[in-house]
Design a protein around this ligand. Sequence first.
Ligand code: MG
Length: 539
Amino acid sequence: MGQHWFKNSVVYGIDVKAFCDSNGDGIGDLPGLISKLPYLQELGINCVWLQPFYPSPLRDNGYDVSDYIAVHPALGTLDDFERLIQRAHASGIRVLIDLVANHTSDQHPWFQEARRDPSSPYRDYYIWAEEPPPNTDHHVVFPGVETSTWEYDEVAGAYYWHYFYRFQPGLNHQNEQVRAEFRRVIGFWLDLGVDGFRLDATALLISAKATPDPLAHLDHTILREMSDFVRACNEEAILLAEADAPPDRLDEFFGEESRMNLLFNFLLSANLFLALATEDSTPLDQVIAVLPAPPATGQWLNFLRNHDELNLDRLDPVDRERVFAAFAPDQQMQIYDRGIRRRFGSMLDGDPQRIMLALSLLFSLPGTPLLMFGDEIGMGENLTLPEREALRTPMQWDRSMNGGFSSAPRDQLYRPVIDQGPFGYHAVNVSDQRRDQDSLWHQIRRLIAQRKQLLTFGDGTWHIVRCDRGAVFTHECDCDEDRVIAVHNLGDQAQTVHLELGGASWIDVWCDQAYPPPDSESVVIGAYGYRWLQRVASS
Ligand code: MG
């Protein structure tokens, strides 16, 4: 597959704890995930992103790591992990793992040493102050939950800096020893065969922590050292950056400053939902105009939803309210005054036509598409769970007890399965959908297969094709002699779109219904319809 294998992958995000429980203890585990590799292969997934599976108090879904080079005992062993890598690779599936380098758990031995002994070398792994500076509420990541970025530690007799929860002290990457620690961590997992890392909270990691304007100065040398080290160990291994930065600063992460391979496309996600909410393609035109073009070594990671809230912070307030009104009208569906804590299946009312429209668009836009586990069957959320836990409920495999996720008694599950309503496991599960060729699962399986064949979307150049219908978004991708035009109708009315297709022949390689062949000047597109047209090479 070569160095740029990630450009034509379909990535699937997995919370191991919520995927499949092999031993009936109520928590998903690595052997459970291994047992589902044939399922992922059948779906067409060729890259998985594993969320943190490390030892952790699990107060932030594992993003509070207490040991970077081990497996949480409830999830398995390092032997299980090695077996997972071997089996995944044998199945043609690459494995990315989460690297949570911005902060540790407060239970990590580094922090425990640091707080106990001011002269310990670990003290300077973190950022301390005798007195917190003013405006300590600035830059908290979870407004409404946390009120300050400084927390007093009685053992240390000082305050420590944290962006996230108070139990996640921020690491000081200006300390060369901290950077050396993470080189050891990276080397450890690359030796076990991982194909790369998702770098959690990348922009915050390199920010000037504990200064009045930490995001004004990003120290990209930290990332460049890390990426150079990754590539020195394995030239095909990649870094996927979670960098939610303003559009004019995104190319810093792609370029020579940082050398990241994949960037989560947060701006696209927010604007895609705005376009879906308003049934107007203008937000897509606008966001695509401001996104920097990735270099040859880089690519966008496009997603509708990831494992966090749908962050609408970068939309203006009026647009944000439009998205709330369409997809999260109840206050309890919203979170942190900026986002939505729902999955896209439920946001789109489980309507397969609109779900497939959104995914068809996502898969055709320049970049590598990401699905989260359960998206392929249109899972919903459980709003009685706190914060982002709502959308992290266990995978719904079948109609048996606990949706086939675990044989543990219901009250011993790590997190409850959705068992009621239109998104409960009796109504939404893998087993039923696999038996129905028209199900969402099969449509997505076919979409994945088609995307992997059309390398033009991953490798080619592309541009927006202006058309005269505001609800219709049309773009063209070209690679060598291959040309593909994708037409997506965000609106509820069928449209005839005027397009200059020249004298060439075009065929539908992916579409929502049988369409008449396009003539040289126009293309018909149904309500919430989608068509990928490929030019037939003249011989
Ligand atoms: Mg288990």
